[in-house]
Design a protein around this ligand. Structure first.
Ligand code: MN
Length: 131
């Protein structure tokens, strides 16, 4: 098995592309299309990494980051913003807002999975490295 990856993204095309790419590289991808379901899934599944959009219908990514980093059993999970950093200062805002890193949108299909894997703990990195 590869890594277990939660993707919180409300755009169905983006969600489908990310989960497709992750699965194509042997990872287990699960999706949530709003913050509440994303947090429920994070608590239930304890994924190896969480990818999170910033603009979501019910709450923004910064609220999700506060919930995850404020929760003792979830705080250690790498949390990566996947977002279009259009404004000057957005990168700092993301990295100071509780995220461990970010991947810019639009995602680059040729590099996306490697970018995600770079955020995993060493033991979860390779399909052979886990379980
Ligand atoms: Mn969005």
């Amino acid at each position: 098995m590869g890594a277990r990856i939660l993707v919180i993204e409300d755009n169905p095309d983006s969600l489908e592309l990310m989960t497709y790419l992750l699965k194509a590289f042997g990872h287990e991808a699960m999706g949530a299309m709003d913050g509440r379901h994303g947090l429920d899934m994070a608590r239930a599944e304890k994924p190896d990494v969480i990818l999170c959009d910033i603009l979501l219908p019910d709450m923004d990514g910064f609220q999700i980051a506060r919930e995850i980093k404020g929760s003792t059993d979830l705080a250690g999970i790498p949390l990566v913003a996947v977002t279009a950093l259009a404004m000057a200062g957005d990168k700092e805002k993301v990295l100071h807002g509780g995220f461990d890193g970010y991947i810019p949108k639009p995602i680059d299909p040729g590099h996306f999975v490697a970018q995600v894997v770079g955020f995993l703990a060493p033991g979860a990195r390779s399909p052979a490295g886990r379980r």
